[in-house]
Design a protein around this ligand. Structure first.
Ligand code: F0G
Length: 446
């Protein structure tokens, strides 16, 4: 199996290669991020993407049932018996004209890729199924992650299903209640650190190194292989056509990194003819990517990223004792670990980056909720961002757009209740009090 895939450092000056049998989360030679690369000539791959769709007919096969492993030839790094699945990726691409109207797009052009339908309620399951398969392949028995919530919920679910111990690190008071309840209920050891996500991310790497734990953050390149399939399913939902734009929230930048890699590989394999553009949306309170790309001109530059720009930026954050703040706690991150891979995606997909305010996020969330699919605040950043890009005229009203709704509404019930109950926004829908009296109740029915 090691013949079909290998790990490679993304730094062109290093380019060190490693076997997939190794468990690494950074290049041991230079400390940069690692990619999973494939020897495509050793893998028997479908001639057309539509051939993957045939697997819908074989749903008694657990790998065909999985919306990730249905595309297994495109992430062929381990044998089938290592593959862990709990039925992830049964997600839908919903055309939504009501939300299209809100962002001033023509009917039939806006699609919502609803990843809240995953077993743990977020897109993370796409990555966990892949990373836990690798964990089984290397014989890991204990795992850990830092999380703004969804990674911990997903990891705990998968760890339990394959008998691996798990510890999650979360910033105290920084995680939505739905997610925290999942981590505890699924049996993870939950350690709340008096700090933010970036502090947790730093600690977990040291803990994993010292204790030999298997790391499940998106630094883990195998996780991103699973997340590529979200793009395959969007293409599937468009009857195997590529949209004009993908819009995705940006936090630790694992998704955007995975999506760019997915399109690059599909084009390389001749399975698609063109690569869509991508818009990555930050919250204004956690907008490192936006600032670095739009104001400091940071770019992929064939892999020769100007590290001094990043170092100066982070030194300034430290000097100011900066900690990010947004109602979209899932993307409340100021030192995104996949920054460089995301810059590569921007290069591959002619990508752009924008930041949206909390107010824009919660209003967009209410619109998405009202029109069919509830989501958590970070997911709604996509629609808020799309509204900006329509106003700027960067995305045309007739272009075909797919927004990735990354997490379920019920992940963060507090934000939703407060928005409506306290009349916080233009789409608030507060409950009305009624006496326990039929006539009075009837008077209230609209
Ligand atoms: N949306 C949701 C619902 C998330 O949970 C996350 C990340 C993102 C978007 C951002 O995705 O990191 O790939 O850019 N949540 C992580 C966590 C950080 O710990 O659950 P990204």
């Amino acid at each position: 199996m090691t013949e079909t895939a290998y790990q490679k450092c993304i730094n062109p000056d290093c380019g060190a290669q490693f076997d997939c049998g190794q468990s690494l989360f950074k290049c041991p030679e230079c400390g940069e991020l690692l990619d999973i690369l494939y020897n495509w000539d050793k893998i028997e791959i479908q001639d057309k993407m539509s051939e993957f769709g045939r697997r819908w007919a074989g749903r008694d096969n657990r790998l065909d049932l999985s919306g990730v492993w249905r595309f297994r030839e495109l992430l062929s790094f381990c044998e089938d018996w290592h593959k862990v699945s709990i039925g992830e990726g049964q997600t839908i691409l919903q055309q939504n004209d009501a939300v299209a109207r809100y962002v001033d797009m023509e009917a039939g052009r806006l699609h919502l890729q609803y990843e809240g339908l995953n077993p743990s309620g977020s897109f993370k399951d796409n990555g966990m199924t892949a990373a836990f398969s690798h964990a089984k392949m290397v014989g890991a028995t204990a795992s850990a992650c830092a999380s703004t919530g969804n990674t911990s919920a997903s990891m705990a679910l998968y760890a339990h299903s394959c008998g691996v111990k798990c510890t999650v690190f979360i910033g105290s008071g920084r995680i939505a209640f739905g997610k925290l309840s999942q981590a505890m209920d699924y049996g993870a050891q939950t350690i709340q650190i008096l700090g933010d996500f970036d502090d947790c991310m730093k600690q977990v790497q040291d803990v994993c190194t010292q204790r030999g734990l298997y790391l499940l953050n998106s630094l883990n390149p195998f996780r991103l292989e699973g997340q590529k399939t979200i793009m395959y399913r969007i293409i599937e939902g468009l009857n195997w056509e590529v949209p004009d734009w993908i819009v995705v929230p940006g936090g630790n930048l694992g998704n955007s990194s995975a999506f760019g890699k997915a399109f690059f590989e599909l084009k390389e394999l001749g399975l698609i003819e063109r690569i869509p553009r991508m818009a990555i949306i930050n919250a204004t309170g956690a907008d490192t990517l936006t600032d670095l790309v739009n104001n400091k001109n940071l770019a992929w530059n064939n892999g020769k990223v100007d590290q001094a720009i990043i170092d100066d930026y982070y030194a300034d954050l430290t000097a100011r004792n900066f900690s990010p703040h947004t109602c979209a706690s899932a993307i409340e991150i100021s030192r995104p670990v996949n920054l460089k891979k995301c810059l590569r995606t921007i290069d591959i997909c002619d990508g752009i980056v924008r930041a949206v305010t909390d107010e824009e996020i919660v209003d967009a969330k209410a619109i998405i909720g009202r029109h069919g699919l509830g989501c958590e605040p970070a997911s709604a950043a996509t629609i808020a961002g799309l509204k900006h890009l329509r106003q700027e005229g960067i995305i045309g009203g007739d272009e075909r757009v797919a927004c990735v709704l990354t997490g379920h509404l019920l992940k963060d019930p507090d934000k939703t209740v407060n928005y409506h109950k306290d009349n916080q926004g233009q789409f608030s829908n507060p409950p009305v009090e009624a006496p326990n009296d039929l006539d009075e109740i009837l008077k209230l029915i609209k």
